[in-house]
Design a protein around this ligand. Sequence first.
Ligand SMILES: Nc1ncnc2c1ncn2[C@@H]1O[C@H](COP(=O)(O)OP(=O)(O)OP(=O)(O)O)[C@@H](O)[C@H]1O
Ligand SMILES: [Mg+2]
Length: 211
Amino acid sequence: MCMIIAVVNQKGGVSKTTLALNLGAAIAAQGKRVLLIDADPQQTAQDWAAVRSSPPPFQVIGLTKPVLHRDLPAMAADYDAVIIDGAPRNYEVARSAIAAADFVLIPVQPSGADFWASRETVNLVKDAHSFKETQKSAFVVSRKIGRTVLGREITDALAEFALPVLKAGTTQRIVFAEAMTAGTTVIEHEPKGAAADEIRAILAEIEEMSR
Ligand SMILES: Nc1ncnc2c1ncn2[C@@H]1O[C@H](COP(=O)(O)OP(=O)(O)OP(=O)(O)O)[C@@H](O)[C@H]1O
Ligand SMILES: [Mg+2]
């Protein structure tokens, strides 16, 4: 059965594309067939695919209209996993991506402001949960700096939202930005590196929650 993962947050620049591409590569590295839907009119994932020197380890298709929930089930039949790279500031597309998803992953940077800005996304997820009972969702903290514990304001924000937060997350690491700019992923570029370990740990938690 195909699993559809939507990486969404209405807030811009929180690592949606970085996580979508790297999770896609990590799933593909398990020998699975992956489709990545670039739902962002900025086409970052498609640009990434275009600057590569070799074909990406998964297919990348642009689909920026709010028809994901309608069209993805049929497209997904040929794949083991579909990852949607969500668009910032687009309510209709975010709602469609969330409605299509089995798992909604909400990246946030470790600041209170980022969590508050995720409120609209969280509301969409809670709406979707009410009619899609098996759907799972979680925050993933991206670009953590060092070993800092999450601040008080974030802990408070999390309590208010009442959604799970993955134990795994990503740290601020230049290799994530370098890999993306070069049209690759940390999984391909440095499979034994700490960044690749972070991505695989996030994937393992998603798989565990989806059992
Ligand atoms: N863990 C990380 N360490 C260092 N840089 C990172 C990390 N995660 C993301 N970045 C960088 O931060 C920038 C924003 O990341 P990304 O494009 O993934 O965010 P996004 O949520 O997809 O943005 P948008 O809302 O514009 O689509 C990029 O330049 C990316 O390389
Ligand atoms: Mg993006």
